[in-house]
Write a protein that binds this ligand. Structure first.
Ligand code: ATP
Ligand code: MG
Length: 425
């Protein structure tokens, strides 16, 4: 026998027993976004490599070492998208959705990054992203954060997440601060961890969120951005905080929150949790007023965020926050025993699906009463409806309770739905 081919490391199958939870999460998000009047956009998974280099930044982790880049048969350099913002901006610009317009868009789908796979970190993972364009005030930043807070509430996760907030100011303010930071850290280069030493020359702001405790201790004496932030960004940030206060949303100011991508300015935020170990960021975003122009469009204010679907699913599981109705298991199992009974079973199933929303599974393939009841039990159903020749002749069905010690009952077909409802199903 030849060796079986397996899935690629870090790329997971979502099996049937999991997909109900995915559908629950996705439909909860879709429903919420509809109530905020956001519109879905669907972009291709593959884009030109240049799009990501130009938007995410050449010296970021993603572009330097995480992208799945390949040459297609024409010799063009293509990349499996590592995130959704760049493609969303590209699509919106290409189809003239941005010129003098306000857009509130969202998308969901696979992203690809060549990282070391571990719990909460995969090479193919899913994001649901939200991007808004054409609004420069802090009110839209607040709306996005309030919207995400509502989502955590609806999912039962709100008590387990923390909102971290920072402002990166204008690009001028950032440049000035960067110079001061580099000056400070260069004098202490030997004390920095290896990653941070490398970043000193390429992306020094990222040193601020270094995971190394030694580097973090060193940073305690470093210049703080507060002393460099421009007046406009400062006012923007203060207004945002006031709006969040008014909405009753708690946050922690984190001056070391910088985000890994080049395109952010002003507001940046992350929702984090302590439930998932070191992969604790479940949602991250911020303002990126310069990106549309950087990609060849007209200057357009923009702000958005993306959530990591796998991490949210892990959280729902860890916290036991998956509602009981989220299941693909049937509630009702139809067993049909005897000559010609399969047809009756199919018809009974259709009658139920016509008039109710019960998840109903018809046993196909015949077999003895005993074997069908075994399958009913294994299916996870609450109730088995049994059709035999005598039941059908009398216009009745036998109702067997699979999960409670209750006598089997015979019910007339015309009264069946009412009976099922009375059982609490
Ligand atoms: P991290 O610091 O965890 O690497 P990031 O800053 O690279 O995150 P973003 O690019 O902002 O992440 O992506 C937004 C969200 O997508 C993250 O907060 C996380 O929930 C999720 N995410 C990012 N990378 C992965 C991955 N490799 N596997 C699973 N989820 C991921
Ligand atoms: Mg990352």
């Amino acid at each position: 026998m030849s060796k079986k081919i397996q899935a690629i490391r870090g790329m997971n199958d979502i099996l049937p027993e999991q997909s109900a939870v995915w559908q629950y999460l996705e439909s909860t998000v879709a429903n919420l976004l509809k109530r905020y009047s956001y519109q879905e956009i669907r972009m291709p998974i593959v884009e030109q490599t240049a799009l990501f280099k130009r938007s995410i930044g050449e010296v970021t982790d993603i572009v330097e070492k995480e992208m799945y880049t390949f040459e297609d048969r024409n010799g063009d350099s293509l990349t499996l998208r590592p995130e959704g913002t760049a493609g969303c901006v590209r699509a919106a610009e290409e189809h003239s959705l941005l010129y003098n317009q306000i857009q509130r868009l969202w998308y969901k789908g696979q992203m690809f990054r060549h990282e070391r796979p571990q719990k909460g970190r995969y090479r193919q993972f899913h994001q649901i992203g939200v991007e808004t364009f054409g609004m420069q005030g802090p009110d839209i930043d607040a709306e996005l954060i309030i919207l995400s807070a509502r989502l955590w509430k609806e999912l039962g996760l709100y008590d387990s997440v923390t909102l971290e907030l920072n402002s990166l100011g204008s690009s001028d303010a950032r440049a000035e601060y960067r110079t001061a930071l580099v000056e400070f850290l260069s004098a202490r280069k030997d004390e920095l961890d290896e990653d941070s030493q490398r970043r000193l020359g390429s992306n020094p702001m990222r040193i601020l969120d270094s995971k190394s405790p030694e580097t973090q201790a060193l940073l305690d004496g470093a210049p703080v951005f507060e002393d460099y932030i421009d007046e406009e960004s400062k006012a923007h940030f203060e207004q945002l905080c006031a709006m969040l206060d008014a909405a009753g949303i708690a946050y922690q100011l984190n001056p070391r929150l910088v985000r890994g991508l080049d395109y952010y300015c002003k507001t940046v935020f992350e929702w984090t949790t302590t439930e998932l170990g070191s992969q604790g960021t479940v949602c991250a975003g911020g303002r990126y007023d310069g990106l549309v122009e950087q990609l060849g469009g007209r200057a357009t204010p923009a702000v958005g965020f993306a959530m990591g679907v796998e991490r949210l699913i892990l959280m729902l599981q860890t916290l036991d926050a998956i509602p009981a109705h989220v299941s693909h298991q049937p509630q009702i199992f139809i067993a049909a025993v005897g000559e010609g009974m399969a047809t009756q079973g199919l018809l009974l199933g259709e009658m139920l699906r016509e008039k109710t929303d019960y998840r109903t599974q018809m046993h196909c393939g015949g077999g003895s009463f005993k074997s069908q009841i075994k399958k009913a039990d294994k299916s996870g159903a609450e109730i088995a409806l049994i059709l035999g020749e005598s039941e059908v002749a009398n216009g009745e069905v036998a109702v067997k309770f699979l999960r409670e010690a209750r006598e089997q009952e015979t019910v007339s077909l015309s009264a069946l739905i009412e009976f099922l409802q009375q059982t609490g199903l």
